[in-house]
Design a protein around this ligand. Sequence first.
Ligand SMILES: [Zn+2]
Length: 502
Amino acid sequence: MKKHLAPFPLLLLFLLTFCCPYRVSATVACAAPDSLMAEAKGSRYREAVQKLSGAIKFKTISDTEDKNTFADEFIALHDYLENAFKELHSRLTREIINKQSLLYTWPGTDPELKPVLLSAHIDVVPVEAVSMDEWEQEAFSGIITNGHIWGRGALDDKYRVIAIMEAVEQLLLNGYMPERTILLAFGHDEEIGGNEGAGAISELLQERYQQLEAVFDEGLAVTKGIFPGIEEPIAFIGTASKGSANFRLTVKGDGGHSSIPPNETPISILSQAIVNINNNPFKAHITPSTKETLEILSNRLGGKSKFAMQHFGLFKGTIKKQLSKNMATDALIRTKASPTIIQAGEKENVLPRVAQAIVNVRLLTGETEESARAHLVKAISDERVEVAGYGTYSPPSAVAKTDTWVYQALKNTIETLFPEALVVPALFPGGTDARHYASLTDNIFRFAPQLVTPDDATRVHNVNERIALSVFDGCIDFYNLLIRQVADQEEYFVQIVNPGNF
Ligand SMILES: [Zn+2]
């Protein structure tokens, strides 16, 4: 039990991507020189590799200061995509939302069927100036070398944008027509909350369709070798995600000269409040989705783990205790509070009149902004500390059911492309654009179709982001098959699987 449950994994990972190697205007052909095509020779989809490489060159950076700083880059990327995916652009309807996000509609032959949405994002996080030297290949170069495509966005999330578009392009060229309408939504501000991209797209879809059949977004991925006792890869599907709330703690004082300070100052009171929050964690709770995760893994492990899960009522306490020991697994069983900003004082000999901190809280299924606030107030236990809601609040998501045809279609697709993998539904501890689509369907699945190594995981939002050509190829195959699996009426989906024909 102990040995097996402690390092329970869950790497939050995302992927994505795209097109050809230079900035090209919409009127210029997206042709790559022979030398670059040669670098892509390890791929079955060399042109798609070039397309991704080219898409990485656009500095589509989400900037919290000024949302229009990189607007031209987004617009140039739109033009580039239009040129790179000609068939897609001639057959699907493209809408530009809030000037920078993209929504494509591929109308199905049966308008009665609810649409399926594939979500990815075209924005990337900035590259810190101080880390520029640490990149082995320039961050926005899109260089293809040694079996990898390099650059910011290679793993998060341009590769998924390009893979999805390439899959659609291939299906169109093969004469495929979906019964169900397929929507492609590529937000431009996922990294800073997604309100203007996915948020606005969601409102539009609400008006247009009221409900969707399912949403597929980035999230968890396929991992290997991180769960002792399980040799085969594990494909984690995020069937739920935690919510997020922020609180501002404020302590006020009388100020004055630092030579004659009172026993307690706003800074010392605020510091104690933060220590109290740290010392009083939220209660551990194994939610139904995490219980499902544990059941599948323990079944596979057998022995003591299986026995403990079979007698869950009896071993619940021990299981929680084991999961609490590891940072990643602890985040799966409780709401977590982290102070992220602290501010007070301007001069070394002046007592500040106000000290403030922001606490970011990630909410477990069932938690609300109010219940989280009540917990913090109780943990702090000091009336001098004011605790107020701050910024954006996203509630925990609904939990997607796993006994539905659409989950089975996704599982089927994963098992076809990762035949050795054990498919496991799990809680996704982060937040993505998917949260904006919560009102449209409960069938939201957060899964990036790639095998993520511990090395890959350290490169997301970091230096030397890159994607292996083979991983990118697999991603195109995945969306090609997934679309065919979910685009037709549910009773047919099993027959559509044809892994030999991508
Ligand atoms: Zn992402």
